[in-house]
Design a protein around this ligand. Structure first.
Ligand SMILES: C[C@H](O)[C@@H](O)[C@@H](O)C(=O)CO
Ligand SMILES: [Mn+2]
Length: 595
């Protein structure tokens, strides 16, 4: 079972429900109802893939569901098949609570075909009322325009909601039962690194697993890693990871032998952290079964600072490579690995990864630069998207090399793609646009190598952050925007004022003149912590849907109201979308336990 997370990927269960009246009514509908289910299943499997690249499999009930018995038969089939998300479809009237999916943990939605020959929308409303009354928040999908009874196409607005619902539901299902691997614990008093096991378990169904960092030293010293892969990795690293300028004072600079030793150490650290997350058959074959099983970790965090980094090379290389979509074994699914063990930023990265299938950026939200301040220090004007000010995103370590913006989408725009769309040439460009200067020894006494690059292109991105509020619980904040590439005569001046050996992304959130999005400064002023997780694309609406499934309220976002898609029950908590979200999440509480 090693070399991958334990357990099969979740499937999508499709529930064709029907008016159970036989001897005429039911028979007249069977074909249309089952065809709707098959159409939905085909659409989902064609459109969606897991971050691993595997396709999303749908399971359709053996028969249409006309009553309790067939609902129970369907539930049993879904249980056996490993269904993690349920989508009920119908064009006709059905008996709401008799045919409903009563699994409290399955994210669920109902698509009521908008055709007026039969009362499908009436069923939808009745079903949603039943789900709301019984405490199973369910998403309602109802196309805006009436379709003819024989129409088996899925309207665009319905497609959008089906995909948004299924992507989020699969994210919920993929997290359940997995682990957060905490290597070390509290990092420099960063609250997110004081891992809250209760949050992980009750809201995400994720177990937290704590391993002291000394485990890495033990595995290095005792050779508990795959020696053959290590040699391959070291050779690849030497060929592809070029050292940058050593910014340390001459008297503090490591000699050649020490630098070589640090490369060897950081490569071993990378193998070992990965093995600790998902295991390694080669390590088992070497006689280390327990170590080779791994810890089923869908997400990891490394404390690093300060005890480890005061003594040993830092994990900047490890974090950067694990978060990237490639390594010495080629192009592959990115891991999700947080630096400074900021588990809350790690969760935000995981949400982004599961929703976008891409690798993630972990950054300090370091500096807001007003146009005036840039003018003062550079004598230059900020222009284009940057003209209202910019936010400097920069942190040593945990930023994917995909963030060099060397990959291109179908239109030739800079992008960060799912790994299966990335070319070898793009990988090489990401590597060629990254230098690896020695770690700055004032911060990192034990040395190491930091990834140094700038995001060289404009890309749509979404920055998010999960925060824990005492007395309230988790909240999520979201800022859609763009990366911007500054002219070198501005970038270099601003970057040199910080830690130029770290990866830089210049970020401009979409602002609307109101509240937290009044202007770029306000976004920074309202950000809830020192870190943000940044995903490629504008995925704010997906994050909002996912958060509602997890009963995590969204306290800040710049997604248009029309795109907000939450369970129908949320409307019962009031018209104000933000207030109703908080009230609904408070009422339902976490999926897997009591607050
Ligand atoms: C200066 C500290 O050592 C860095 O780790 C700091 O920039 C941070 O990343 C804090 O989140
Ligand atoms: Mn940081």
């Amino acid at each position: 079972m090693a070399n991958r997370l334990i357990g099969d990927l979740p499937k999508v269960g499709i529930r064709p429900v029907i008016d159970g009246r036989e001897r005429g009514v039911r028979e007249s509908l069977e074909k249309q109802v089952m065809t709707l289910a098959q159409t939905a299943a085909t659409f989902i499997s064609e459109q969606l893939r897991f971050p691993s690249g595997e396709t999303v499999e749908c399971v359709i009930a053996d028969t249409c569901i006309g009553g309790v018995a067939e609902a129970a038969l369907c539930a049993e089939k879904f249980r056996k098949e490993g269904v993690g998300v349920s989508l009920t479809v119908t064009p006709c009237w059905c008996y709401g609570t008799e045919v409903m999916d009563t699994d409290p943990l399955l994210p669920k939605a109902v698509w009521g075909f908008n055709g007026t020959e039969r009362p499908g929308a009436v069923y939808l409303a009745a079903a949603l009322a039943g789900y709301t009354q019984k405490g199973f928040p369910t998403f309602g999908i109802y196309g805006r325009d009436v379709q003819d009874a024989g129409d088996t196409t899925i309207p665009e607005d319905v497609k959008e909601k089906i995909l948004r619902f299924v992507k989020s539901g699969l994210a919920v299902a993929q997290m359940k039962g997995k682990s957060y691997l905490s290597i070390g614990y509290s990092s420099m008093g960063i609250a997110g690194s004081m891992v809250d096991s209760s949050f992980f378990q009750k809201y995400l169904g994720i177990r937290t697993d704590f391993v002291e960092s000394v485990e890495i030293l033990r595995r290095i010293d005792e050779g508990i890693y795959d020696e053959e892969e290590y040699q391959k990795a070291l050779a690849w690293t030497k060929a592809n990871c070029k050292e940058g300028k050593d910014v340390n004072k001459p008297e503090d600079q490591a000699d050649a032998a020490r630098k070589e030793a640090e490369w060897e150490t950081v490569v071993k650290m990378t193998l070992i952290c990965r093995d600790m997350m998902i295991g390694n058959e080669k390590v088992i074959a070497k006689g280390y079964r327990e170590e080779g099983l791994g810890r089923n970790a869908i997400l990891g965090g490394f404390q690093g600072q300060r005890q480890w980094t005061d003594y040993k090379p830092n994990a900047d290389f490890t974090e950067a490579i694990l978060n990237s979509s490639f390594d010495w074994n080629g192009i592959r699914q990115a891991f999700v690995f947080a630096t400074e063990n900021d588990s809350l930023n790690g969760v935000s990265m995981l949400f982004g990864h599961l929703l976008s299938n891409t690798s993630q950026i972990f950054s300090d939200v370091r500096t807001y630069w007003s146009p005036e301040a840039v003018k003062r220090v550079c004598g230059k004007e900020l222009t284009g998207l940057a003209e209202g000010g910019i936010i400097h995103l920069i942190n040593s370590g945990s930023t994917t090399l995909d963030a060099t913006a060397q990959q291109r989408d179908e239109e030739g725009n800079p992008a960060m793609k799912p790994f299966w769309e990335i070319t070898e040439d793009e990988v090489q460009k990401c590597l060629d646009n990254t230098l690896w200067p020695q770690a700055e020894r004032g911060y990192f006494r034990g040395g190491g190598y930091s990834s140094q690059f700038k995001t060289a292109g404009q890309m749509p991105v979404t920055m998010s952050r999960l925060n824990l509020v005492d007395g309230l619980g988790p909240v999520l904040q979201i800022a859609e925007g763009w990366t911007v590439e500054l002219p070198d005569d501005i970038h270099k001046v601003l970057d040199e004022r910080t830690n130029p050996t770290w990866p830089t992304t210049w970020f401009v959130p979409r602002v609307n003149g109101e509240g937290a999005f009044k202007d770029v400064y306000s976004v920074m002023a309202n950000w809830g912590a020192n870190h943000g997780a940044i995903s490629y694309g504008h995925i704010g609406a997906d994050l909002i849907t996912l958060a509602s499934m997890l009963r995590i309220p969204v306290n800040m976002h710049n997604v248009s109201e029309a795109e907000v898609f939450r369970p129908s029950a949320w409307a019962s908590f009031g018209e104000n979308k933000e207030g109703s979200d908080f009230r609904a999440c408070e009422t339902y509480g976490p999926l897997y336990g009591k607050k």
